[in-house]
Ligand binder design. Structure first.
Ligand SMILES: [Zn+2]
Length: 129
């Protein structure tokens, strides 16, 4: 029996970290990213989120009004895409799942529901109110 070595005492209740390892967040984020890109391209926006059929549109006021709505949606999708990219970057750096506000862990259940979440549930609900 070796004595005096740093013995790592395993906490018997490590369900949370085990669950986190079991979840393929890379996969979840890639699916999320693909869905966002698909929706953007359905709206006529290309990979970089730029309007690709711009010149085919007549410049009527109706089109302009519709485009306003589309652009609001596109903005939302692009924001989502930015968050997904950011989360992927964090996964690579190893600081994924850390709340940007309080530095605490974001719950696994929350990350599974929203893999690009930047805030823990407490900070997110505090930010909303
Ligand atoms: Zn937090």
């Amino acid at each position: 029996m070796p004595d005096g070595i740093d013995v790592q005492v395993e906490d018997p209740v490590v369900e949370d970290s085990q669950a986190e390892e079991a979840v393929d967040f890379f996969g979840l984020l890639f699916i999320e990213k693909q869905e966002l890109l698909d929706r953007l391209s359905e709206l006529g926006y290309g990979e970089e989120g730029r309007l690709v059929y711009d010149t085919n549109f007549a410049d009527t006021s109706q089109v302009t009004a519709e485009r306003g709505e589309v652009e609001a949606l596109v903005q939302k999708l692009q924001d989502g895409l930015d968050q997904v990219e950011e989360a992927l970057g964090k996964l690579e750096k190893g600081n994924y799942g850390v709340c940007e506000s309080c530095g605490g862990r974001i719950g696994v259940a929350r990350l599974e529901a929203n893999p690009a979440a930047r805030l823990c549930i407490n900070c997110a609900s505090a930010a909303k109110s």
